[in-house]
Design a protein around this ligand. Structure first.
Ligand code: DI6
Ligand code: FE
Length: 405
């Protein structure tokens, strides 16, 4: 027998499975078998084939087992802190006012430029650990606080390095078009040329990005500018996605649809026309209730229209130092339900099946033979409990590529 055929199989028993293939896909008294990092069997424990008699058996302790959670939108790598800005916002300054006076994203740009790669790694690793303890096995991380060649590459290298840890997969997005840095003040077109030329070239050379993202907003970039970047991204075969319609309806979503974007994210100000474009382009709507909550927004994304036009909804943390200092994805499942009125089932699909689609990953997000053996185990007694608790952490273990952590 070859080495490969001798690789041990592991079977989790005494679990309630939520396969998330359709609805919750609940299987009580279930079992799931993994080999070589992939799911090889799942179903009712009583139907477990004889062939698995010699497998290593792990008791799931009666817990629920879901696909490992996927956080499909984060800005986890950054220097410094924005806690003083948080205090300012409490005394009536708005996020946009703070951005206009050089705070906001630009203050994190200064701090990130002044932080070396090792320190950036350690602080991001610490934030990531919170997400992981809460069930996350795949995370997307964006650049966008460097805004020059060296510092954008530095951020993306840190994200790639985090992805070499055995218990997490990291998908990276180049978000150079996040803000205009001081050295290009008043010349956002010049900055866009630099971004979509020299910086994107270097990012591609080092294979540092899995997608290209941008911030389309009246305090950031307009659709004409983003089109330049998206054209370059497409020439190089990189998928695109967009921060769109968060603070105003700026037409970003329609542009993103024209470039077959994976997702448009935020979307509080999106109208039905934009939703139709998303549906036609097969895009995912990424909902970010942490930013909505932190900025005390009063417009919720058009959830009914996403349902009506069958646009899949993902839910993510948007973890960042300004608008969404979030460290728990199950808290986002709660907020997606409470604030955006998603059903708990929709919210859970938002951090599993639909989050995988938002990242263009077809090998995870549901429990099915052939998919990655990435699981989270939960001390709950009803699936909706994953949306019900506000804070706390019912995650008891994660499994990555078939290996328990
Ligand atoms: N939208 C966001 O929610 C973050 N960036 C973006 O384009 C905010 C980032 C920050 O405030 O630092
Ligand atoms: Fe964001």
């Amino acid at each position: 027998m070859s080495q490969l055929q001798n690789e041990p199989t592991t079977v989790w028993k005494d679990v309630t499975l939520l396969t998330m293939t359709e609805g919750y896909g609940l299987i009580r008294d279930g079992a799931i078998a993994a080999k070589d990092g992939k799911i090889v069997w799942l179903g009712y424990a009583q139907d477990l084939p004889e062939a698995y008699a010699d497998a290593e058996i792990i008791s799931g302790g009666g817990h629920y087992l879901t696909p490992g959670l996927i956080d499909c939108h984060t800005h986890l790598v950054y220097g410094g802190s924005r806690v003083t800005e948080f205090e300012k916002r409490l005394s009536s300054m708005s996020y946009e006012d703070i951005a206009r006076e050089g705070g906001g994203i630009l203050s994190t740009v200064r701090a990130t430029r002044n932080t070396d790669e090792d320190m950036l790694y350690l602080s991001a690793e610490n934030r990531l650990a919170h997400l992981q303890r809460n069930g996350v096995t795949t995370v997307e991380i964006k650049s966008g606080y460097g805004l020059d060649l060296d510092n954008e590459l530095k951020m993306l290298r840190v994200a790639r390095k985090l992805g070499r840890k055995p218990d997490i997969d990291v998908v990276t997005s180049f978000l150079g078009a996040h803000a205009v840095p001081p050295e290009f003040e008043g010349d956002s077109n010049g900055f866009m040329d630099y971004l979509s030329g020299e910086i994107l070239d270097a990012v591609m050379r080092e294979n540092l990005a899995d997608a290209v993202d941008a911030f389309c907003e009246n305090i950031a970039f307009n659709t004409d500018q983003i089109e330049i970047l998206f054209t370059k991204a497409r020439e190089r075969g990189l998928p695109v996605k967009l921060h769109a319609e968060q603070l105003s309806n700026s037409g970003g979503t329609i542009l993103a649809a024209e470039y077959q974007a994976l997702s448009a994210d935020h979307l509080e100000c999106l109208d039905e026309e934009g939703v139709k474009y998303m549906a036609a382009a097969g895009m995912v709507a990424v909902l970010l209730p942490g930013a909505f909550y932190t900025l005390r927004d009063d417009r919720i994304p058009p959830i009914e229209l996403f349902r009506k036009h069958a646009v899949p909804m993902a839910v993510a943390s948007d973890s960042n130092p300004g608008s969404s200092p979030v460290l728990s994805l199950t808290l986002m499942v709660n907020m997606a339900s409470t604030l955006f009125r998603l059903t708990p089932e929709e919210a859970l699909a938002g951090v599993t099946r639909n989050a995988a689609q938002a990242l263009g990953l077809h090998d995870r997000g549901i429990l099915e033979v052939g998919r990655k053996a990435d699981f989270a185990l939960w001390d709950i007694s009803h699936p909706a409990e994953l949306a019900y608790h506000v804070g706390g952490n019912p995650c008891v273990a994660i499994v990555k590529n078939g290996v328990p952590f």
